[in-house]
Design a protein around this ligand. Sequence first.
Ligand code: 13P
Ligand code: SF4
Length: 371
Amino acid sequence: MITHIKFIIIVTNFIYEIGHKFIQSSLILLNILLTMNMSITPELLVSSVEQIGFVNDPVDPRLDLYEEIKSLKREKNAILLAHYYQEPAIQDVADFIGDSLGLSRQAAATSADIIVFAGVHFMAETAKILSPDKKVILPDLNAGCSLADTCPADEFQEFCDRHPDHLVMSYINCSAAVKARSDIICTSTNAEHLMRMIPESQPVIFAPDRNLGRWLERTTKRKLKIWDGVCIVHETFSERKLLSLKVEYPSAKILAHPECEESVLRHADYIGSTSGIRKFAREDEGTSFIIATEEGILHQMRKDSPDKHFIPAPPESGCNCSQCPHMRLNTLEKLYNCINHELPEIAMEESIRRRALKPIERMIEMSEGVS
Ligand code: 13P
Ligand code: SF4
Protein backbone atom coordinates (compact mmCIF):
# COMPACT_ATOMS: atom_id res chain seq x y z
CA MET A 1 0.00 0.00 0.00
CA ILE A 2 2.77 2.46 1.08
CA THR A 3 4.80 1.61 -2.08
CA HIS A 4 1.69 2.38 -4.17
CA ILE A 5 1.21 5.74 -2.50
CA LYS A 6 4.94 6.55 -2.97
CA PHE A 7 4.66 5.63 -6.64
CA ILE A 8 1.61 7.88 -7.12
CA ILE A 9 3.41 10.78 -5.36
CA ILE A 10 6.53 10.35 -7.56
CA VAL A 11 4.44 10.24 -10.78
CA THR A 12 2.35 13.27 -9.68
CA ASN A 13 5.51 15.28 -8.87
CA PHE A 14 7.01 14.29 -12.20
CA ILE A 15 3.92 15.46 -14.15
CA TYR A 16 3.82 18.69 -12.13
CA GLU A 17 7.55 19.38 -12.80
CA ILE A 18 7.16 18.77 -16.57
CA GLY A 19 4.06 21.00 -16.74
CA HIS A 20 5.76 23.75 -14.71
CA LYS A 21 8.91 23.63 -16.86
CA PHE A 22 6.79 23.79 -20.03
CA ILE A 23 4.97 26.91 -18.83
CA GLN A 24 8.28 28.51 -17.76
CA SER A 25 9.99 27.82 -21.07
CA SER A 26 7.07 29.12 -23.16
CA LEU A 27 7.11 32.33 -21.10
CA ILE A 28 10.88 32.68 -21.52
CA LEU A 29 10.47 32.12 -25.28
CA LEU A 30 7.71 34.72 -25.43
CA ASN A 31 9.84 37.26 -23.57
CA ILE A 32 12.79 36.62 -25.91
CA LEU A 33 10.54 37.19 -28.95
CA LEU A 34 9.15 40.37 -27.42
CA THR A 35 12.57 41.77 -26.50
CA MET A 36 13.93 40.99 -29.98
CA ASN A 37 10.94 42.90 -31.33
CA MET A 38 9.94 39.86 -33.37
CA SER A 39 6.33 39.46 -34.30
CA ILE A 40 4.46 37.18 -31.93
CA THR A 41 1.40 35.44 -33.17
CA PRO A 42 -1.90 36.47 -31.58
CA GLU A 43 -2.29 32.83 -30.47
CA LEU A 44 0.99 32.94 -28.53
CA LEU A 45 -0.01 36.22 -26.88
CA VAL A 46 -3.43 34.84 -25.89
CA SER A 47 -1.87 31.68 -24.48
CA SER A 48 0.64 33.68 -22.41
CA VAL A 49 -2.18 35.86 -21.06
CA GLU A 50 -4.12 32.72 -20.15
CA GLN A 51 -1.13 31.54 -18.15
CA ILE A 52 -0.07 34.68 -16.33
CA GLY A 53 -3.20 36.85 -16.47
CA PHE A 54 -1.78 39.94 -18.20
CA VAL A 55 0.15 41.02 -21.29
CA ASN A 56 3.83 40.86 -20.41
CA ASP A 57 5.09 43.03 -23.27
CA PRO A 58 8.12 45.17 -22.24
CA VAL A 59 7.13 48.84 -22.55
CA ASP A 60 9.62 51.33 -23.99
CA PRO A 61 10.49 53.58 -20.98
CA ARG A 62 10.70 56.60 -23.32
CA LEU A 63 6.98 56.39 -24.13
CA ASP A 64 4.68 59.00 -22.62
CA LEU A 65 2.12 56.47 -21.43
CA TYR A 66 -0.46 59.12 -20.54
CA GLU A 67 -0.50 60.39 -24.15
CA GLU A 68 -0.23 56.89 -25.64
CA ILE A 69 -3.20 55.60 -23.63
CA LYS A 70 -5.26 58.67 -24.54
CA SER A 71 -4.59 58.20 -28.24
CA LEU A 72 -5.27 54.42 -28.13
CA LYS A 73 -8.62 55.13 -26.46
CA ARG A 74 -9.54 57.57 -29.23
CA GLU A 75 -8.39 55.26 -32.00
CA LYS A 76 -10.30 52.24 -30.66
CA ASN A 77 -13.39 54.05 -29.34
CA ALA A 78 -12.61 52.72 -25.86
CA ILE A 79 -13.76 54.14 -22.53
CA LEU A 80 -11.52 53.85 -19.49
CA LEU A 81 -13.41 53.38 -16.21
CA ALA A 82 -11.33 53.56 -13.02
CA HIS A 83 -12.15 52.92 -9.38
CA TYR A 84 -10.98 55.38 -6.70
CA TYR A 85 -8.54 52.77 -5.38
CA GLN A 86 -6.42 52.83 -8.52
CA GLU A 87 -3.00 54.49 -8.41
CA PRO A 88 -3.13 58.25 -9.14
CA ALA A 89 -1.54 57.97 -12.61
CA ILE A 90 -4.33 55.62 -13.72
CA GLN A 91 -7.04 57.86 -12.24
CA ASP A 92 -5.57 60.82 -14.14
CA VAL A 93 -5.91 59.16 -17.55
CA ALA A 94 -9.41 57.72 -16.92
CA ASP A 95 -12.61 58.95 -18.59
CA PHE A 96 -14.64 58.24 -15.48
CA ILE A 97 -13.55 57.67 -11.87
CA GLY A 98 -16.09 56.42 -9.39
CA ASP A 99 -17.44 53.98 -6.85
CA SER A 100 -18.90 50.56 -7.71
CA LEU A 101 -22.39 51.94 -8.38
CA GLY A 102 -21.21 54.83 -10.56
CA LEU A 103 -18.92 52.52 -12.53
CA SER A 104 -21.76 50.02 -13.15
CA ARG A 105 -24.04 52.82 -14.35
CA GLN A 106 -21.34 54.03 -16.73
CA ALA A 107 -20.71 50.50 -18.03
CA ALA A 108 -24.43 50.06 -18.72
CA ALA A 109 -24.79 53.39 -20.51
CA THR A 110 -21.64 53.72 -22.61
CA SER A 111 -21.65 53.76 -26.40
CA ALA A 112 -17.95 52.86 -26.61
CA ASP A 113 -16.92 49.64 -28.37
CA ILE A 114 -14.43 48.68 -25.67
CA ILE A 115 -14.71 49.07 -21.89
CA VAL A 116 -11.30 49.17 -20.26
CA PHE A 117 -11.79 48.50 -16.57
CA ALA A 118 -9.11 49.78 -14.21
CA GLY A 119 -10.40 48.03 -11.11
CA VAL A 120 -10.77 44.46 -9.94
CA HIS A 121 -12.21 41.36 -11.57
CA PHE A 122 -15.76 41.49 -10.15
CA MET A 123 -16.13 45.07 -11.43
CA ALA A 124 -15.08 44.19 -14.97
CA GLU A 125 -17.32 41.12 -14.80
CA THR A 126 -20.26 43.35 -13.79
CA ALA A 127 -19.53 45.57 -16.80
CA LYS A 128 -19.61 42.50 -19.07
CA ILE A 129 -22.89 41.30 -17.51
CA LEU A 130 -24.43 44.71 -18.24
CA SER A 131 -22.86 45.19 -21.68
CA PRO A 132 -22.43 41.72 -23.23
CA ASP A 133 -21.89 43.04 -26.77
CA LYS A 134 -18.92 45.13 -25.76
CA LYS A 135 -15.38 43.96 -25.36
CA VAL A 136 -14.50 44.33 -21.67
CA ILE A 137 -10.81 44.24 -20.82
CA LEU A 138 -8.95 44.36 -17.48
CA PRO A 139 -5.19 45.11 -17.21
CA ASP A 140 -4.54 42.14 -14.91
CA LEU A 141 -6.92 39.20 -14.46
CA ASN A 142 -5.22 38.40 -11.14
CA ALA A 143 -6.80 41.53 -9.62
CA GLY A 144 -9.35 39.72 -7.45
CA CYS A 145 -11.01 40.73 -4.19
CA SER A 146 -10.82 39.11 -0.76
CA LEU A 147 -14.59 39.47 -0.34
CA ALA A 148 -15.37 37.71 -3.62
CA ASP A 149 -12.76 35.04 -2.77
CA THR A 150 -14.32 34.27 0.62
CA CYS A 151 -17.65 33.42 -1.00
CA PRO A 152 -17.29 30.40 -3.32
CA ALA A 153 -20.42 29.93 -5.45
CA ASP A 154 -21.06 26.28 -4.51
CA GLU A 155 -20.88 26.95 -0.74
CA PHE A 156 -23.03 30.03 -1.16
CA GLN A 157 -25.61 28.02 -3.09
CA GLU A 158 -25.80 25.46 -0.22
CA PHE A 159 -26.08 28.27 2.35
CA CYS A 160 -29.00 29.84 0.44
CA ASP A 161 -30.68 26.47 -0.09
CA ARG A 162 -30.64 25.94 3.69
CA HIS A 163 -32.74 29.12 4.07
CA PRO A 164 -35.23 28.93 1.20
CA ASP A 165 -37.58 31.52 2.71
CA HIS A 166 -34.83 34.20 2.70
CA LEU A 167 -34.40 36.90 0.09
CA VAL A 168 -30.75 37.04 -1.00
CA MET A 169 -29.05 40.43 -1.11
CA SER A 170 -25.43 40.33 -2.25
CA TYR A 171 -22.85 43.08 -2.15
CA ILE A 172 -21.49 43.73 -5.65
CA ASN A 173 -18.05 42.48 -4.46
CA CYS A 174 -18.78 38.87 -5.44
CA SER A 175 -18.43 36.60 -8.46
CA ALA A 176 -20.92 36.42 -11.36
CA ALA A 177 -21.98 32.96 -10.13
CA VAL A 178 -22.85 34.35 -6.67
CA LYS A 179 -24.74 37.23 -8.30
CA ALA A 180 -26.64 34.64 -10.35
CA ARG A 181 -27.88 33.05 -7.08
CA SER A 182 -28.95 36.44 -5.62
CA ASP A 183 -32.27 38.28 -5.72
CA ILE A 184 -30.77 41.74 -5.54
CA ILE A 185 -27.30 43.27 -5.66
CA CYS A 186 -26.23 46.33 -3.70
CA THR A 187 -23.18 48.55 -3.35
CA SER A 188 -22.09 50.50 -0.28
CA THR A 189 -23.82 53.57 -1.77
CA ASN A 190 -27.29 52.03 -2.00
CA ALA A 191 -27.23 49.09 0.48
CA GLU A 192 -29.13 50.91 3.24
CA HIS A 193 -31.64 52.43 0.79
CA LEU A 194 -32.38 49.02 -0.77
CA MET A 195 -32.57 47.21 2.58
CA ARG A 196 -35.19 49.70 3.79
CA MET A 197 -37.29 48.91 0.69
CA ILE A 198 -37.56 45.24 1.70
CA PRO A 199 -40.57 44.57 3.98
CA GLU A 200 -39.47 44.03 7.59
CA SER A 201 -41.27 40.68 7.73
CA GLN A 202 -39.09 39.32 4.89
CA PRO A 203 -36.01 37.43 6.19
CA VAL A 204 -32.83 38.41 4.33
CA ILE A 205 -29.45 36.76 3.67
CA PHE A 206 -26.67 39.31 3.26
CA ALA A 207 -23.35 38.33 1.64
CA PRO A 208 -20.39 38.38 1.49
CA ASP A 209 -19.22 41.26 3.75
CA ARG A 210 -19.93 40.69 7.43
CA ASN A 211 -18.94 44.24 8.43
CA LEU A 212 -21.25 45.87 5.90
CA GLY A 213 -23.94 43.36 6.94
CA ARG A 214 -23.57 44.23 10.64
CA TRP A 215 -23.59 47.95 9.85
CA LEU A 216 -26.86 47.42 7.91
CA GLU A 217 -28.28 45.57 10.92
CA ARG A 218 -27.48 48.56 13.13
CA THR A 219 -28.75 51.25 10.75
CA THR A 220 -31.95 49.48 9.65
CA LYS A 221 -32.56 47.75 13.01
CA ARG A 222 -33.26 44.36 11.47
CA LYS A 223 -31.63 40.97 11.92
CA LEU A 224 -29.87 39.53 8.87
CA LYS A 225 -28.33 36.15 8.10
CA ILE A 226 -24.80 37.27 7.29
CA TRP A 227 -22.10 35.49 5.28
CA ASP A 228 -18.74 35.60 7.11
CA GLY A 229 -16.53 37.43 4.56
CA VAL A 230 -14.16 40.36 5.13
CA CYS A 231 -12.11 42.81 3.14
CA ILE A 232 -8.41 42.35 3.95
CA VAL A 233 -7.80 46.09 3.56
CA HIS A 234 -10.62 47.50 5.69
CA GLU A 235 -10.25 44.96 8.49
CA THR A 236 -6.66 46.05 9.16
CA PHE A 237 -7.51 49.57 10.35
CA SER A 238 -6.68 49.76 14.02
CA GLU A 239 -8.94 51.34 16.65
CA ARG A 240 -5.95 51.86 18.96
CA LYS A 241 -3.94 53.76 16.32
CA LEU A 242 -7.00 55.67 15.16
CA LEU A 243 -7.55 56.96 18.68
CA SER A 244 -3.95 58.07 19.10
CA LEU A 245 -4.18 59.85 15.73
CA LYS A 246 -7.29 61.59 17.00
CA VAL A 247 -5.29 62.83 20.02
CA GLU A 248 -2.70 64.25 17.61
CA TYR A 249 -5.40 65.86 15.40
CA PRO A 250 -8.35 66.51 17.76
CA SER A 251 -10.36 68.52 15.21
CA ALA A 252 -10.01 65.96 12.41
CA LYS A 253 -13.23 64.20 11.45
CA ILE A 254 -13.11 60.44 10.91
CA LEU A 255 -14.67 59.28 7.63
CA ALA A 256 -14.96 55.50 7.28
CA HIS A 257 -16.12 52.92 4.76
CA PRO A 258 -18.74 50.43 6.11
CA GLU A 259 -16.40 47.54 5.22
CA CYS A 260 -14.40 48.57 8.36
CA GLU A 261 -14.93 46.75 11.64
CA GLU A 262 -17.40 48.06 14.21
CA SER A 263 -14.48 49.01 16.54
CA VAL A 264 -13.43 51.60 13.91
CA LEU A 265 -16.92 52.58 12.70
CA ARG A 266 -18.07 53.55 16.20
CA HIS A 267 -15.62 56.48 16.16
CA ALA A 268 -16.61 57.72 12.70
CA ASP A 269 -18.24 61.10 12.08
CA TYR A 270 -19.40 59.83 8.71
CA ILE A 271 -19.81 56.29 7.32
CA GLY A 272 -20.33 55.77 3.60
CA SER A 273 -19.09 54.56 0.25
CA THR A 274 -16.02 55.97 -1.46
CA SER A 275 -18.09 58.55 -3.36
CA GLY A 276 -19.96 59.39 -0.13
CA ILE A 277 -16.67 59.95 1.72
CA ARG A 278 -15.37 62.13 -1.10
CA LYS A 279 -18.56 64.22 -1.19
CA PHE A 280 -18.65 64.63 2.59
CA ALA A 281 -15.05 65.90 2.69
CA ARG A 282 -15.68 68.29 -0.21
CA GLU A 283 -18.84 69.81 1.29
CA ASP A 284 -18.05 69.78 5.02
CA GLU A 285 -16.74 72.94 6.65
CA GLY A 286 -14.04 70.92 8.50
CA THR A 287 -10.44 71.27 7.35
CA SER A 288 -8.87 67.98 8.40
CA PHE A 289 -10.09 64.41 7.96
CA ILE A 290 -8.87 60.94 8.88
CA ILE A 291 -9.82 58.57 6.08
CA ALA A 292 -10.51 54.91 6.88
CA THR A 293 -10.61 53.36 3.43
CA GLU A 294 -8.12 52.46 0.67
CA GLU A 295 -5.79 55.44 0.37
CA GLY A 296 -6.16 55.76 -3.45
CA ILE A 297 -9.23 57.92 -2.80
CA LEU A 298 -7.08 60.63 -1.24
CA HIS A 299 -5.90 61.59 -4.74
CA GLN A 300 -9.33 62.94 -5.78
CA MET A 301 -10.03 64.39 -2.32
CA ARG A 302 -6.81 66.42 -2.43
CA LYS A 303 -7.70 67.63 -5.94
CA ASP A 304 -11.21 68.63 -4.77
CA SER A 305 -9.97 70.51 -1.71
CA PRO A 306 -6.27 71.39 -1.97
CA ASP A 307 -6.43 73.43 1.25
CA LYS A 308 -7.81 70.62 3.40
CA HIS A 309 -5.69 68.09 5.26
CA PHE A 310 -6.32 64.36 4.64
CA ILE A 311 -4.72 61.73 6.85
CA PRO A 312 -4.93 58.02 5.94
CA ALA A 313 -6.13 55.89 8.87
CA PRO A 314 -3.32 53.67 10.14
CA PRO A 315 -3.40 49.87 9.91
CA GLU A 316 -2.39 47.83 13.03
CA SER A 317 1.06 46.88 11.75
CA GLY A 318 3.48 49.25 10.03
CA CYS A 319 2.62 47.64 6.67
CA ASN A 320 1.31 49.26 3.53
CA CYS A 321 -2.01 47.46 4.01
CA SER A 322 -4.25 50.47 3.40
CA GLN A 323 -3.47 49.91 -0.29
CA CYS A 324 -5.52 47.10 -1.79
CA PRO A 325 -3.04 44.52 -3.14
CA HIS A 326 -5.57 43.47 -5.80
CA MET A 327 -6.39 46.97 -7.06
CA ARG A 328 -2.69 47.84 -7.13
CA LEU A 329 -1.84 44.96 -9.48
CA ASN A 330 -2.94 47.30 -12.27
CA THR A 331 -0.12 49.56 -13.41
CA LEU A 332 0.14 52.16 -16.17
CA GLU A 333 2.32 49.76 -18.20
CA LYS A 334 -0.19 46.89 -17.90
CA LEU A 335 -2.98 49.31 -18.77
CA TYR A 336 -1.15 50.44 -21.90
CA ASN A 337 -0.50 46.83 -22.99
CA CYS A 338 -4.11 45.94 -22.21
CA ILE A 339 -5.56 48.65 -24.50
CA ASN A 340 -2.91 48.12 -27.14
CA HIS A 341 -3.48 44.34 -27.44
CA GLU A 342 -7.14 44.39 -26.24
CA LEU A 343 -6.26 41.70 -23.71
CA PRO A 344 -7.02 40.15 -21.22
CA GLU A 345 -10.69 39.99 -22.07
CA ILE A 346 -13.52 39.13 -19.64
CA ALA A 347 -15.65 36.18 -20.66
CA MET A 348 -18.32 34.13 -18.89
CA GLU A 349 -20.97 31.54 -19.53
CA GLU A 350 -24.05 33.11 -21.10
CA SER A 351 -26.44 31.27 -18.74
CA ILE A 352 -24.64 32.70 -15.68
CA ARG A 353 -24.54 36.16 -17.25
CA ARG A 354 -28.28 36.17 -17.87
CA ARG A 355 -29.07 35.08 -14.30
CA ALA A 356 -26.58 37.57 -12.82
CA LEU A 357 -28.06 40.40 -14.88
CA LYS A 358 -31.49 40.31 -13.21
CA PRO A 359 -30.42 41.23 -9.64
CA ILE A 360 -28.05 43.91 -10.99
CA GLU A 361 -30.80 45.48 -13.10
CA ARG A 362 -33.10 45.34 -10.06
CA MET A 363 -30.48 47.26 -8.07
CA ILE A 364 -30.08 49.91 -10.79
CA GLU A 365 -33.86 50.39 -11.10
CA MET A 366 -34.50 50.50 -7.37
CA SER A 367 -31.69 52.95 -6.64
CA GLU A 368 -32.46 55.51 -9.31
CA GLY A 369 -31.55 58.93 -7.96
CA VAL A 370 -29.35 57.49 -5.16
CA SER A 371 -25.73 58.69 -5.22
P1 13P B 1 -17.28 51.53 -3.21
O1 13P B 1 -16.33 52.30 -4.06
O2 13P B 1 -18.50 51.14 -3.98
O3 13P B 1 -17.58 52.24 -1.93
O4 13P B 1 -16.59 50.13 -2.83
C1 13P B 1 -15.40 50.02 -2.19
C2 13P B 1 -14.70 48.77 -2.48
O5 13P B 1 -14.16 48.13 -1.63
C3 13P B 1 -14.58 48.32 -3.84
O6 13P B 1 -13.88 47.18 -3.84
FE1 SF4 C 1 -11.92 43.80 -2.38
FE2 SF4 C 1 -11.19 45.09 -0.19
FE3 SF4 C 1 -9.74 45.36 -2.39
FE4 SF4 C 1 -12.19 46.44 -2.27
S1 SF4 C 1 -10.42 47.01 -1.06
S2 SF4 C 1 -11.33 45.27 -3.95
S3 SF4 C 1 -13.26 44.94 -0.99
S4 SF4 C 1 -10.04 43.47 -1.21
